[in-house]
Design a protein around this ligand. Structure first.
Ligand SMILES: O=P(O)(O)OC[C@H]1O[C@H](O[C@H]2O[C@H](CO)[C@@H](O)[C@H](O)[C@H]2O)[C@H](O)[C@@H](O)[C@@H]1O
Length: 270
């Protein structure tokens, strides 16, 4: 069965089921009512989590498989991530895929055309206050991404509630046009209204995605926006990892290794 003609059906009854009951991502996405479009989150989905943002890597054969799939789908394969576009391009070199970066604040359309910047950077006074907060607490790290800024506490997990509380207060005081995006051992500040769901919908409204059936793979809270969008557009979604929290995802995959194997197998299938 060719990828173009295969698919996955969304079953209403699967929505919000527990992870254990969610069916595994099919080896080949069968059952979609039309041609598929694939949307991939990176960290925790395609990439194993690492101690620091720079510590991630991806096997060359997986990059190659993603490239093959993108070509086979007529370009309808996009990255949907909290990372910057520059980071995505560095990690997936030499690919230049359609990408919603910074939770959708940066958007690159298929063909590498126009990059839309939907969000302003948080004000300097907020970044400075976050920097001072992080500098005073060993184990915390600031990741300044332009339109979005992240405070990582992976090396100091005991500081989680302090980080959440303080950043919440600072954003309310200094950057009310931005909002908090919690993630894995991280709290991010992103432009209000920029989320992965809006980004997926925007890509789906344009060639070569328009008219296709979206399948979104992700692992984190931020991916729930995109799961909802994919499901509502008649597609499906897969939650990656040993996740027990409620989710609207319709499928599951055990871990990033399983996702990488799935991509390689899909690319190898005729
Ligand atoms: O949307 P994603 O592609 O999943 O990106 C989400 C964030 O990923 C990165 O942070 C996470 O991964 C790091 C490397 O594994 C890990 O050290 C960190 O604890 C995780 O939160 C990235 O640094 C962020 O900018 C992304 O928003």
């Amino acid at each position: 069965m060719s990828l173009e003609n295969t698919a996955v059906a969304v079953r209403e009854s699967e929505i919000a089921r527990g992870a254990a009951e969610r069916p595994a991502l099919p080896a080949v996405p069968g059952g979609f009512p039309g041609r598929v479009a694939i949307f991939l989150d990176l960290d925790g989905t395609v990439l194993d989590l690492a101690p620091t943002p720079d510590g991630v890597s991806i096997p060359a054969e997986v990059v190659a498989a993603i490239g093959v799939l993108a070509q086979r789908l007529g370009g309808a394969l996009a990255i949907v991530t909290g990372r910057t576009l520059a980071d995505v391009d560095r990690i997936l070199t030499p690919l230049r895929l359609p990408t919603a970066a910074l939770h959708g604040a940066e958007l690159r359309r298929c063909g590498g055309g126009r990059v839309a910047d939907a969000g302003d950077a948080p004000p300097d006074r907020l970044t400075a206050a976050l920097g001072a907060f992080v500098d005073a607490r060993p184990g915390l790290a600031l990741e300044n991404k332009g339109a979005s800024v992240a405070v990582h506490f992976r090396a100091a997990p005991e500081r989680e509630s302090e980080v959440r509380e303080r950043i919440g207060d600072l954003v309310a005081m200094l950057a009310p046009e931005h909002e908090l995006q919690p993630g894995k051992m991280v709290v991010e500040v992103r432009p209000r209204g920029c989320d992965k769901g809006s980004a997926l919908r925007r890509l789906m409204s344009e060639k070569p995605f328009v008219g296709r059936t979206p399948l979104m793979l992700g692992d984190d809270l931020t991916d729930e926006f995109a799961f909802t969008a994919a499901n509502e557009l008649g597609g499906a979604s897969a939650l990656v990892g040993d996740v027990t929290r409620p989710s609207v995802a319709t499928y599951r995959a055990a871990d990033p290794e399983a996702v990488r194997a799935w991509l390689v197998a899909l690319a190898a299938s005729a």
